[in-house]
Ligand binder design. Structure first.
Ligand code: HSE
Length: 403
């Protein structure tokens, strides 16, 4: 009998317990023996649950129990979760997590500690919830150099944008709906400002390019400024607006990595990804483009990915999985200033002024003094300069990248 522990009994943690209960027979077949969740760590009182006797409030109980070989860290954050993960690994226990903030911030250190102690640190659930993406990148696509990763990495913002696009709901109302439906947190900042997607594109970049991409250094823009006017203008241009996390490899081995809303063509496979679903396109230099699609959040979908990592850790107890990236000293992140994009610009002013300042691909007829411009490609830096120049002649109401 394998003994496991779960740290955190929130949405994902309770889901992990449920998966082990619900699929106990299947799990025993996969691993070759039953797996019992011996402890659940949480400070709150869950004594009324049928498995209430398994709850502990003292982490040391898990740390000092030699029977526990694998632990799910589903607490979130980089405080106690970081300390407890380190101590579990140092105590010779594998740790599996959905905690993207911790993986993006301290992943390389935790992977090194895991290696030093001959155990596994696994994080399939940290990107895309129940969508397999980490393991495919590490294994199935391992023989590729990655040219690009581009994805809808956040379910909450994709739900909000879907409401804006299909039902004409304003951002603030769509956010409220998302909160009422349980998709968005009470404090939705990490989702709507793009930080959650940023952590995820950093993890995928770490894996793809082999060195740490620091979320604090990666350019990150959310969806709070998007209006129904932008949504309608995008539609007229044959596009929809999606929040994308993107990493693009350059010839010298450096890479752009960033999060920003984009206008993407309706024919793009990513345009059809709606509601809380996520999708990730990975472009390998041998495979070409490969797409991964599914539920990017949710209790059992995410829990299944954590539980599967736990089974993989058990199966690889003697021959640990080799996952590793550098500490960021290679400085692979290329400043976004030079990234070339076509731009959508909503400008209140004369179209002649827009045409004089911007490299215009197309410009609309003015509607109440507002013109919509599609530019040819220009760098982020040049676009910023042109936007300030244009602001002398009118009002730049929006500027967004196009793919
Ligand atoms: N808040 C995240 C999302 C949860 O909306 O995608 C999954 O990481």
């Amino acid at each position: 009998m394998i003994k496991a522990a779960i740290m955190g009994h929130g949405t994902v943690g309770s889901g992990v317990y449920e998966v082990f209960e619900m699929n106990a027979e299947k799990i025993a077949r996969v691993v070759g023996e039953p797996v019992e969740v011996k402890y659940v760590l949480d400070l709150r009182d869950f004594s009324a649950l049928p498995y209430g006797h398994k709850f502990v409030t003292d982490f040391a109980v898990i740390e000092n129990d030699p029977e526990i070989s694998v632990v799910a860290e589903v607490m979130g954050g980089v405080g106690a979760a970081y300390q407890f993960t380190k101590r579990c690994l140092e105590a010779g226990k594998s740790v599996c997590t959905s905690n993207k903030e911790l993986v993006a911030t301290h992943g390389e250190e935790l992977l090194r500690i895991a290696e030093e102690h001959g155990v596994n640190y696994m994080f399939e659930a940290s990107v895309g919830g129940g969508i397999p993406i980490i393991r495919p990148m590490l294994q199935c696509l391992a023989a590729n150099e990655f040219n690009e990763i581009c994805g809808i990495l956040n379910g909450t913002t994709n739900y909000i944008l879907t409401q804006m696009i299909h039902n004409g709901v304003r951002f603030e109302d769509a956010l409220r709906q998302a909160q009422e439906s349980g998709y968005a947190e009470k404090d939705p900042t990490a989702d709507i400002e793009g930080h959650d997607a940023c952590r995820k594109i950093c993890i995928l970049s770490d894996l793809a390019f082999g060195d740490k991409f620091d979320p604090d250094a990666v350019s990150c823009e959310g969806i709070t400024k998007i209006t129904l006017e932008d949504v309608a203008n995008a539609d007229k241009l044959g596009c929809v607006i999606k929040l994308l996390g993107r990493a693009v490899r350059c010839e010298d081995g450096t890479a752009y990595a960033y999060v920003a809303p984009h206008l993407i063509h309706k024919e793009s496979p990513l345009a059809a990804v709606e509601d809380v679903f996520n999708a990730i396109m990975v472009d390998g230099n041998a495979t070409g483009e490969v797409m991964f699609y599914g539920k990017g959040a949710g209790k059992l979908a995410t829990a299944s990915a954590v539980a599967a990592d736990m089974l993989d850790s058990i199966e690889h107890a003697d021959h640990r999985r080799r996952i590793m990236w550098g500490d960021g000293s290679k400085n692979l992140l290329r400043p976004i200033d030079s990234l070339q994009s076509a731009w959508y610009v909503r400008f209140k002013g004369a179209s002649a002024d827009a045409e004089a300042v911007l490299p215009v691909e197309s410009v609309s007829e003015p509607v109440q003094g507002v013109v919509v411009v599609r530019t040819r490609k220009l760098s982020t830096n040049d676009m910023a300069k042109k936007a300030s120049e244009l602001a002398q002649k009118g009002q730049v109401l929006a500027a967004m990248r196009m793919l």
